[in-house]
Unconditional design. Structure first.
Lengths: 435, 463
């Protein structure tokens, strides 16, 4: 299938492009949805998309098509060419990446997913749902099982040429518990992997357990105390932080971290790495969207900011090297983000708390531009004198992400892989909680 | 086009061969143009075209779906068979068989009525307009740190065929312009956002000046830089058309989608009950023409009709597709929508708004002793229990009927039902002016709005 991208590049050069890049993506995925305690539908999607970027000096044009016939490709190349001709110069554009050897990566392709019979996905969904429904108090408003395999081909006029394939599976289940007229808060359990190694029963059980433990929630008065962010909430915070580490936000001057390379931005036991070559990582691949080899980039090392994530465009603007994080035309995204582990046991964290909350779900926003954290705490539990007392009714907290990073008092020894993020539980002190 | 229509008929024929009780085939093709300009530079001009087919079958009381872009007869037949197989394999696991409400199969052709077809407007003309808007933003001075002016248009064709005999062709045209601005001073960042668009042609941008829109957004971002942050607490709030639209859509609308109702949303089992004050009537409508959620038929081929969700405070009805309508024993409302051929239709809103009342909007502010006037939204979240947190673009403190002090970084929160029960004034100025994309597993274009209203909710500061 790499002939599609090669043909496209040739076509663009023949038309008069000074540079051209082509990216072809094919995917086949099976998805089984759960709705209102039932398997609601099962789908097979076979999708493909050819992306073309044409450059006339510093003028850019971009097109996309699902039609890969000779005529379809020609038409799409012409569309991109026409746009480039009508655009003005983008003085920030330098040039496309040159070819470089790709890394070797492991665990990104599982033959069992590739040759998976769509009907078997239905069985996985049934097992997950069945386990959650064992407890008669639990109902399942929604869930999803998805298995996919994909191929990516990339080529550019400077000689980059690459092909990669991968597999992935993800499962998620939302559960809610009802008891004596009381409705608990929504609980979500989910996992993603490159291999057929997820256990639907465990995911079903986790969702049900979380849903049931939120029953009996009590209102609390506002207080200042300690906050433990459980894995899924730590992920929300790290995800917002990774946006501020994105070269796009940096060159647009909207990241508050933009001038802080070499400075302390977090406590000394906090490190954060982006690793596009992580074994079996959800976002691991041979190369990024532009065909630049994936690599490992230290972003925060023992609290000190080391750099940002880039594609060739943002790297060119800031005069640094690309980190192989191109995610689309001119856009940048993290690959696998890994936060260092701490030295606390989860129980030790709880025992150390005089008064505080463990938060398992957060609904609100964390604004990377200025660090504003605002929203409601869901699935939270009051801790007093080292003991978990009871679930609490929704409360709010307002903090600042960048201030919090410097106020982390502990992180768990155990880190968990949550999709593309690997995170510990994180503990902060002196947080204002509004009941 | 006729070639693909024939192919769609072939897919339909194949689907009915396998003991299915219902088959639908959706063919969809389209072209989208997007021009984004930032600080005088066209950053990512793009043209995307697509063609694809989605086939959904109902067999033994279960759904199966397959879609593809490789539109050869062989691959299409393979996809139909996959859909049939998926339906068969799920049916053994269901406790309740899927049934769909009866509808009269329609044969029709619908065209979006426009004056200037956007795909026929030269790119240079579109770009000039975007450049002018971008220039207006940067002319506001050094506090502006970032912007994005995005022009987008879309034209596409949909063919819907069903085994019941429906054959509907829809030609769709959409045009949009959105402006985003960030201003900064001494570490404080102030964002502003404005958008216009819908099922309309390029005339939209001739009737509404993009430069004026950009100028307003930039002025607001700068104005709010030095505004202070209010103290949190429950307050009386006057909401403008846009923030009310968000409340109506996110916090109430979703809880009235029948699939969410079946999953136990806050409105489940409450038809006939008082869920808002007597001044409140909330509608989800396929009209008016030009609105972002305008549609004549839904993606199950059902003729769309308005749904009165709340009438004078009483919960009246839910939004349905054919499946949920059968469960509730009501008629489908034409709310089944799919992002594209590659998606299964889900119950989605269209244009959701609160109907007008009899207050002059200025009078609502004048008659408010103490509280906040909240204008525009910057997004937010709501749960299926109707609890919401929204970020407000601009807030003013009201003191004895006067707007006395601006605030920035304001968030509002509360429970939709409690907030709607507290509504004590509804303006005459109904506007449906918030084109957006609603993301409930899939993206579909929607609109929302309402008049100015007054209600009580939690106003959060410190942002």
């Amino acid at each position: 299938m790499s002939e599609v991208v090669e043909k496209t590049v040739k076509k663009g050069l023949a038309l008069g492009a000074s540079e051209i890049e082509a990216h072809y993506f094919i995917a086949r995925d099976v998805e089984v949805k759960i709705e209102s305690n039932e398997i609601s539908d099962a789908s097979l999607r076979i999708n493909r998309s050819l992306h073309i970027a044409v450059f006339l000096g510093k003028r850019l044009g971009f097109s996309r098509t699902t039609d890969i016939s000779a005529k379809g490709i020609e038409n799409a190349v012409e569309n991109a060419y026409r746009l480039a001709s009508s655009s003005n110069e983008n003085p920030l554009w330098k040039q496309l990446p040159s070819p470089k050897p790709f890394p070797s990566v492991k665990g990104t392709f599982d033959e069992r997913i590739y040759s998976f019979e769509p009907d078997n996905a239905v069985k996985l969904a049934k097992e997950m749902l069945g386990e959650a429904r064992k407890d008669s108090r639990v109902s399942v408003p929604g869930g999803l099982v998805s298995l996919a395999h994909s191929e990516t081909h990339v080529a550019n006029s400077l000689g980059v040429l690459g092909s990669d394939k991968g597999t992935g599976i993800s499962m998620e289940l939302m559960a809610v518990a009802k008891n004596n007229g009381e409705v608990g808060s929504f609980a979500l359990a989910w996992e993603a992997s490159r291999k057929l190694d997820l256990n639907p029963v465990e995911i079903g059980r986790e969702a049900a357990t979380k849903a049931v433990e939120s029953l009996g929630a009590k209102k609390i008065e506002s207080f200042r105390g300690t906050l433990i962010l459980d894995y899924d909430v730590a992920l929300d915070f790290v995800s917002a932080l990774s946006e501020a580490l994105n070269g796009e936000m940096v060159w647009r001057e909207s990241s508050p971290l933009k001038d802080k390379v070499g400075q302390e931005v977090a406590v000394s036991f906090f490190s954060l790495v982006d690793d596009g070559t992580l074994d079996a990582g959800v976002s691991t691949s041979l190369f990024d969207y532009e065909g630049v080899p994936r690599m490992k980039t230290m972003l925060i090392d023992q609290g000190v900011l080391k750099g940002f994530l880039h594609n060739t465009y943002t790297a060119g603007i800031l005069d640094v090297e690309t980190t192989g994080n191109a995610s689309g035309f001119l856009s940048v995204a993290p690959s696998n983000i890994i936060v260092s582990s701490g030295d606390w046991g989860s129980d030790e964290m709880v025992k150390s708390i005089k008064r505080g909350l463990i938060v398992k779900r957060f609904s609100g926003y964390i604004r990377p531009e200025d660090g504003v954290v605002s929203g409601s705490v869901k699935q939270a539990f009051l801790v007093e004198n080292g003991e978990v007392k009871h679930p609490v009714k929704e409360c709010m907290f307002s903090e600042n992400l960048y201030v919090l990073l410097k106020n982390i008092v502990g992180m768990s020894r155990v880190v968990k892989k949550r999709g593309q993020f690997t995170v510990p539980q994180v503990m902060f002190e002196n947080v204002s909680i509004v009941g | 086009m006729s070639m693909f229509k024939d192919l769609a008929f072939r897919a339909l024929e194949e689907g009915v061969k396998h003991g299915t009780s219902y088959v639908e085939v959706r063919y969809h093709e389209g072209t989208a143009t997007s021009l984004r300009v930032r600080k005088g530079v066209v950053e990512s001009p793009s043209i995307s075209d697509f063609k694809g087919m989605g086939i959904r079958v109902l067999k033994d009381g279960s759904w199966g779906f397959a879609c593809l872009e490789d539109l050869s007869l062989e691959k299409v037949i393979e996809a139909v068979n996959s859909a049939v197989k998926l339906a068969s394999s799920s049916s053994g696991w269901r406790s309740r068989r899927v049934d769909i409400a009866k509808v009269n199969p329609v044969k029709d052709r619908v065209e979006t009525q426009v004056i200037r077809v956007p795909s026929k407007v030269p790119i240079e003309e579109k770009l000039k307009m975007v450049f002018d808007a971008d220039k207006a933003i940067w002319s506001k001075g050094e506090n502006i740190i970032d912007d994005s002016v995005v022009y987008a248009d879309y034209s596409g064709k949909k063919v819907f065929l069903s085994s019941e005999g429906a054959a509907i062709e829809i030609d769709e045209i959409r045009t949009y312009l959105a402006v985003q601005v960030s201003a900064r001073e001494a570490g404080r960042v102030s964002p502003a956002y404005e958008a216009m668009g819908g099922t309309t042609g390029f005339e939209l941008l001739e009737r509404n000046d993009p430069v004026k829109m950009a100028d307003e957004a930039a002025s607001r971002a700068i104005r709010l830089l030095n505004a202070s942050v209010p103290k949190g607490g429950v307050s009386t709030c006057v909401l403008d058309n846009k923030i009310l639209g968000l409340l109506v859509h996110e916090a109430l609308g979703h809880t009235a989608e029948a699939d969410f109702v079946l999953s136990g949303s806050i409105l489940a089992g409450k038809i006939g009950e008082q869920v808002a004050s007597e001044y409140v009537t909330i509608v989800d409508s396929p009209e008016p023409a030009g609105a972002n959620g305008w549609m004549r038929y839904d993606d199950e081929g059902v003729k769309t009709k308005p749904v009165k969700i709340v009438e004078k405070g009483v919960l009246k009805g839910f939004m349905h597709n054919r499946e949920s309508a059968a469960v509730f024993g009501v008629e489908p409302t034409g709310n089944a929508r799919a992002q594209s051929y590659s998606h299964v239709p889900l119950i989605r809103m269209r244009n959701t708004y609160m109907e007008a009342g009899d207050w002059d909007p200025e009078e609502i502010i004048r008659e408010t002793r103490e509280g906040f006037y909240l204008k525009g939204s910057l997004g937010g979240q709501a749960d299926s229990n109707g609890e919401f947190t929204f970020s407000v673009q601009e807030a003013w403190r009201i003191d004895k009927g006067e707007l006395v002090e601006p605030f920035r970084g304001v968030a509002i929160s509360g429970s939709a039902v409690e907030v709607l029960k507290s509504v004590d004034a509804v303006g005459k100025d109904l506007k449906i002016i918030s084109p957006g994309n609603c993301g409930k597993f899939q993206w579909v274009p929607v609109d929302d709005g309402g008049p100015h209203i007054r209600a009580r909710m939690i106003v959060g500061g410190g942002l």
